[in-house]
Design a protein around this ligand. Sequence first.
Ligand SMILES: Cc1cc2nc3c(=O)[nH]c(=O)nc-3n(C[C@H](O)[C@H](O)[C@H](O)COP(=O)(O)O)c2cc1C
Length: 147
Amino acid sequence: MLRAPALLTGPITEWGHPMEHSPSATFRGTVVHGDKRGRELGFPTANIEVGSPELLPGDGVYACWVSFPPAGLQYGATVSIGANPTFDDVVDRRVEAYIHDFDADLYGSDIKVTVHAWLRAMVRCDSLQELIDKTAADVAASRIALR
Ligand SMILES: Cc1cc2nc3c(=O)[nH]c(=O)nc-3n(C[C@H](O)[C@H](O)[C@H](O)COP(=O)(O)O)c2cc1C
């Protein structure tokens, strides 16, 4: 099992490896407006402005649990952390959650994210279709990891 410092320094290499549930694997933020490309790609995301970025794990794609008001609602999510290297204009570090089986406006909501498993590193895709295919595979893998 990984200890928190390893989690903070970067992703682990084994696919779907469950992460230790330490405080550093949980972070909170507010849902803000992104570039709105997600819906066009078929994967609308909640862009999360994180209050304490030092609690974030390294850049990559993760299977996570997310919860938000009203209290008690918890959903699986596939979360990307990092710049979006496929798009030259997205160079800032972002946290974006594709929430499984959920379609509602969360703008302004406080959201809590518990990281469960690392899936892969962020990559630059050569086409939008490649990004869509990778994201679809991530979501399938994430659903399995969260079972
Ligand atoms: C599961 C998942 C995996 C992603 N993987 C990548 C990636 O490998 N490379 C990349 O440039 N962006 C990746 N992204 C980010 C997308 O580019 C981003 O969600 C999309 O552009 C929509 O952004 P927007 O909400 O700001 O419009 C990923 C997003 C998700 C949800």
